[in-house]
Design a binder for this molecule. Structure first.
Ligand SMILES: Cc1cc2nc3c(=O)[nH]c(=O)nc-3n(C[C@H](O)[C@H](O)[C@H](O)COP(=O)(O)O)c2cc1C
Length: 361
């Protein structure tokens, strides 16, 4: 039924639906259920330690014989200057006082780059069928080693220039992430939250620019969105928020409740939690930090300063809940059933469009 099978053929999957790798929310159970239903299940491995990653990959392999994807952040080693840290501490001090948290941390722990040689060796040891990257591509030596191991490489672009860079650096397919998307923007360099290109505008321009399968991401949550992505020239979709309400997702209770009553206007793009732009629940903290911007510590060191606020806050003024603009379309279903529902809905939309019958609601 799919108008083009470029992504299905590349990834050796039945349906061109990728469950987004969502660090902290995508569990091995979720990824396995999606892969078993014919899509591509993914694990967000950015914050996993080596043993945790080995264990999660083992769990995933024990639950599915189908292809799956491991995802990593490609971000440089953070090196927040003392001056930036001092100004961020002054900016956050009133919030720490309000929540009776004492002094903000005076030091940021050293953190490595997102995808280093140790991570590469670990991926080569695990040998997932697919890896995907956020924030860019690793260096050419890493890309060569992954390709030699037969691993398919995906990465995210948020504009045409980034898509061209990915194609140049050896990506096998490009994830075109629109402004609607929940979670961190995959922009290749840190940028302030501002304008971004929406999925509807981004996907056809990326399709025209690169001779690779393009995966549409951002605001896609049902068969109408998937059919629209194909109409724009995409060869598949990556859905994050839509899987957050699945039984197998690691979504915590408060976020499930927020999504249950979500509206299209619930979220905003903010860098006030991690130091990089991410679409998350609009909160008092995110709004106030946006209203008076100061330079923040590098990603992900900013999390060390913001996490005590999010963790201590009972009212939700400081909560960090990542989800996207289409959350109100979410269904609370087991993941395999959601994949089957998405496939059936897309087929109905294709049929309705080709026969001129009323589009199903
Ligand atoms: C809770 C959450 C966590 C995310 N974490 C990651 C991640 O670890 N790696 C990644 O490449 N993308 C991550 N994303 C972004 C997704 O890959 C994808 O671009 C996005 O979910 C698509 O938009 P949608 O949420 O409207 O479906 C995350 C998204 C969400 C909602």
């Amino acid at each position: 039924m799919w108008p083009n099978r470029r992504l299905c053929d590349l990834l050796k999957i039945e349906h061109p639906i990728i469950q987004a790798p969502m660090a902290g929310s995508a569990t091995p159970e979720l990824a396995a259920a999606v892969s078993n239903a014919g899509g591509l299940g993914s694990l967000g491995c950015a914050s996993m330690l080596p043993d945790g990653l080995r264990h999660a990959a083992r769990q995933l392999r024990a639950s599915t014989e189908r292809p799956f994807n491991l995802n990593f952040f490609v971000c440089p080693q953070p090196g927040t200057s003392d001056a930036v840290l001092a100004s961020a501490i002054e900016r956050l001090r009133p919030y720490y006082e309000e929540l009776a948290l004492g002094e903000p941390p005076a030091r940021l722990p050293p953190m490595g780059p997102g995808f280093d040689d140790a991570r590469l060796d670990l991926v080569l040891e695990i040998r997932p069928p697919v890896v995907s990257f956020h924030f860019g591509m690793p260096d050419s030596t890493a890309v060569d080693r992954l390709k030699t191991a037969g691993i398919v490489i995906l990465s995210t672009a948020t504009n045409v220039a980034e898509a061209l860079k990915l194609a140049d650096s050896g990506a096998d397919a490009v994830i075109a992430q629109g402004w609607e998307a929940g979670g961190h923007r995959g922009s290749h360099a840190p940028n302030s939250p501002g304008d971004g290109v929406g999925t509807m505008a981004l996907v056809p321009q990326v399709v025209d620019a690169v001779n690779l399968p393009v995966i549409a991401a951002g605001g896609i949550a049902d068969g109408r969105g998937i059919a629209a992505a194909f109409a724009l020239g995409a060869s598949g979709v990556q859905i994050g928020t839509g899987f957050l309400s699945c039984d197998e997702a690691g979504t915590d209770g408060p976020r499930r409740a927020l999504i249950r009553s979500a509206t299209d206007m619930d979220t905003m793009v903010t860098d006030a939690f991690s130091g990089r732009a991410a679409r998350a629940k609009r909160t008092r903290y995110a709004l106030e930090m946006e209203q008076s911007r100061t330079q923040l510590p590098d990603f992900p060191q900013m999390i060390v300063l913001s996490a005590p606020l999010s963790n201590a806050d009972a009212r939700g003024d400081f909560a960090f809940h990542l989800y996207g603009q289409a959350a109100a379309l979410n269904r609370e279903l087991p993941a395999g059933q959601l994949v089957r529902t998405l496939v059936a809905e897309t087929g109905e939309v294709f049929d309705a469009l080709s026969t001129g019958k009323t589009t199903p609601a």
